[in-house]
Each structure stands twice: as structure tokens, then as C-alpha cells.
Design a protein around this ligand. Structure first.
Ligand SMILES: *Cc1c(COP(=O)(O)O)cnc(C)c1O
Length: 387
């Protein structure tokens, strides 16, 4: 790839393909079926890709109304969505600390509630606000990080209904799967049964309230267990180009690229990088790419077979990755020169390095690679009609 240098693309950057994002959303929506609404998860700055632009693209894809809600994990993320002009629902899917609930109320967020004290606090805030505030109640069916225990639903269900009465709108119930991306879905099926059991023990909605919205599915469950979609699905990673289980491939959305700042011929024996862990085996051509771990290019890739694509050819990273630069062996790339683009995640020509491949080399998951892309990298948004 030989894209012209622009200020945003002069050093290292992330190209974000908003059309691919929208197509991935369509895949999830089609898999979940017509009965399920979509709540795109925008937490962690839309998995590192930039919440404002991602939210905007998803709103356009789901025009005219936009999604049923956007999902966030932090109150500040919900506030940022409000500042960006989103007036629809914002589901705060992670538990907020008690100190944050007043801000959540002011921003009009819909929190996930996991215990009765927080529900009581939310009801007080509703009384102060003079209106019924909505909430979704999380049921813990095995994730263990939040939610009311599934087996005791009869007890807490009655208590939750009492606290909510007249003050809150108990709008939804949900659970979260811990292993929906594993080859074996037995654990997911067990969580589903626990959730159904808990739901069966809950009191009916208050007089005049609509049926509660029920939801369970992250990307993997939405794509692999469509029947569990219930009223809405909460996809994240698949929208952003990460696999949701071994057999479910999204279109790539994030492309991590950097310019070659220097290209040089080096004699045999020349060493490279901290610790001088690699030396040229003969005369070699090395390119210094203007990207390092300070940009989110994992240092672990240096010793783990990490690669980039230059002029459509896969090339190895040699030596350790520094904070600001990394060195590529370009000996097999005809015509490589300074200013060329090296692609560390994504496609160039016929070659592709998937974010999941990078994650596997680093012993982690695509989520951590994407959310670890540093602020220093400009996000460049691509969509039909140009960036
Ligand atoms: C992050 C998150 C999701 C999205 O999960 P993916 O695996 O990224 O699709 C869904 N629900 C909750 C509660 C989450 O925290």
C-alpha cells in the first residue's frame, strides 16, 4: 500500500473502515433475527476505535431511529455520548460505584443494577429528580463479577420490586455469558437455563408497565446461539473486526499502519534493538518503522514471530520493539524505500494480518490489542466517498 502522506498519515495511525463496521453490524442483526434490537457496545472508546465516529456510523446504519440503546461501561462514556448529541437510551452495563450514580442520573443513563443498596440509592435519586428512573437488573449466572445470584431470584426479586414501586421503571433484565466464544457451548447453555429459571421467579412488571426487556447476548452468543437473543443483543468485538469464536469471522475494521522512516542495507552481524537480540545473518535490508509499544504495538511481538506487510509482502519484525520505532527485515521486498507504509494489522494487497493473529502471538485477545491502541495514533475514518 502506498497511500499518500497526509498530516494524519505521516507517522503511524489507525485506518478505521466504517463501511466494514456497518456490514459487521448487519451480520449480527441478521443473525439475531427481526425480533431482537441491537445495542452496540461503545465502551472503552468503541474498543479503541473512537466513540464519536463509531456512534455516528452506527446511528446512520440504523437510521432513522438509531439503535435501541448504546452500551457503555463508564458514566463518563455515557456523558460523552450525551455531549455528542445522542438523546436515546444509554445502557450502563458495568456496575457504577455509589458516588457515580448521581452523575448517571443527571446524564439520563440506564444503569445495570446488581444489588439492593444500589437500587435503593437509585430510587432516592429518582425521588430527588421527581421522575421514575429506568434501570436494568443484572442476573449473575456464572460470570461472577456483577449481578444478583440467579438461584435466589425469588428473594431479591420481590425486594427489588418493592424498592422500585412507584419510583423506578424496572425496564429490563439481563445476564452475561462467560464462554460464548468457546468451541463448546455447554456452559453457555447452562447459563441460559439459570437465567430462564431466575426470570420465572421474578414478580410481574408493575401495573401499567410494559413487559420487561430481556437480553443475554454478546457478539459470540448473538452469532452462535441466535435463539438466546431475546429482545435485544449487545455486540461489541465482532463489530470492530474481532472474531467471536473460532468459526465466526468479521470483516476487518481496524488497520494499524506506520511509515518506514529509514531503509538501509546492513552488513552481516549488525545487531538491532535493546539487548541486541537479533543480528543480520548476511547482508540484509532493514526498514525502521515509525511505530513502537508507545503506540500500542505490543513489545511481545518482537520475540514472537511478529510481522508486518510492506508492498504486499509479509516481513518479520527483527529485534525488540522500542517505544517509538520497530525494525523490519525488508530483504525480500523489492523496491522498499523510506515513506512506504508498513501494515501491522489489516490488509495490504493479497496479505492480511488479522487482529486475532496478533493477539494470539501476544498471548492475549483482540479486545486488549484494540483497546491498547494508543492515543498517539490518529484514527483515520474511511467510508464510501472518502475518509
Ligand atoms: C462488553 C460487553 C458486551 C460485548 O461483548 P463482546 O464480546 O465484545 O461482543 C456485552 N455485554 C456486556 C455486559 C459487556 O460488558
Amino acid at each position: 500500500m502506498s497511500s499518500p502522506s497526509t498530516p494524519l498519515r505521516s507517522r503511524a495511525w489507525v485506518d478505521v473502515d466504517l463501511d466494514a463496521l456497518r456490514r459487521n453490524l448487519r451480520r449480527v442483526r441478521d443473525a439475531a433475527g427481526p425480533g431482537a434490537a441491537v445495542v452496540p457496545m461503545l465502551k472503552a472508546d468503541a474498543y479503541g476505535l473512537g466513540m464519536p465516529a463509531v456512534a455516528d456510523a452506527l446511528r446512520r446504519e440504523l437510521a432513522p431511529d438509531g439503535p435501541w440503546a448504546f452500551g457503555v461501561a463508564a458514566v463518563a462514556e455515557g456523558e460523552a455520548l450525551r455531549e455528542g448529541g445522542w438523546t436515546g437510551r444509554v445502557l450502563l452495563s458495568a456496575p457504577a460505584s455509589p458516588d457515580e450514580l448521581p452523575r448517571a442520573a443527571r446524564a439520563g443513563l440506564t444503569p445495570a443494577v446488581s444489588e439492593l443498596d444500589a437500587l435503593g440509592r437509585w430510587a432516592e435519586l429518582a425521588a430527588e429528580a421527581g421522575r421514575r428512573l429506568p434501570f436494568h437488573l443484572e442476573v449473575d449466572t456464572g460470570m461472577g463479577r456483577a449481578g444478583f445470584p440467579w438461584a435466589e431470584a425469588a428473594a431479591w426479586g420481590a425486594e427489588a420490586a418493592r424498592i422500585a414501586a412507584g419510583r423506578l421503571h424496572w425496564e429490563g433484565c439481563f445476564t452475561h455469558f462467560h464462554s460464548a466464544d468457546e468451541p463448546d457451548l455447554a456452559a453457555t447453555d447452562r447459563q441460559w437455563e439459570r437465567f430462564r429459571h431466575a426470570l420465572s421467579l421474578l414478580p410481574a412488571p408493575a401495573e401499567g408497565d410494559p413487559p420487561r426487556v430481556v437480553h443475554t447476548s454478546n457478539s459470540a452468543a448473538a452469532l452462535r446461539r441466535a435463539g438466546y437473543g431475546c429482545d435485544l443483543v449487545r455486540p461489541g468485538i465482532f463489530l470492530y473486526g474481532g472474531m467471536a469464536g473460532a468459526d465466526v469471522h468479521p470483516e476487518p475494521v481496524a488497520f494499524l499502519r506506520a511509515r518506514l522512516a529509514l531503509v538501509r542495507e546492513v552488513p552481516a552481524g549488525t545487531s538491532v534493538g535493546y539487548g541486541a537480540t537479533y543480528a543480520a545473518r548476511g547482508p540484509e535490508v532493514w526498514g525502521t518503522a515509525a511505530i513502537g509499544y508507545g503506540d500500542g504495538l505490543r513489545r511481545a511481538l518482537g520475540g514472537a514471530g511478529g510481522e508486518a506487510i510492506v508492498r504486499g509482502v509479509r516481513v518479520p519484525i527483527v529485534g525488540r520493539i522500542s517505544m517509538d520505532v520497530s525494525v523490519l527485515n525488508l530483504s525480500h521486498v523489492p523496491g522498499a524505500r523510506a515513506g512506504d507504509v508498513a501494515t501491522f494489522i489489516g490488509r495490504d494487497g493479497a496479505e492480511e494480518i488479522r487482529v486475532d493473529e496478533v493477539a494470539e502471538r501476544c498471548g492475549t485477545i483482540s479486545y486488549e490489542i484494540l483497546t491498547g491502541l494508543a492515543r498517539r495514533l490518529p484514527r483515520v475514518y474511511l467510508q464510501a466517498g472518502g475518509p
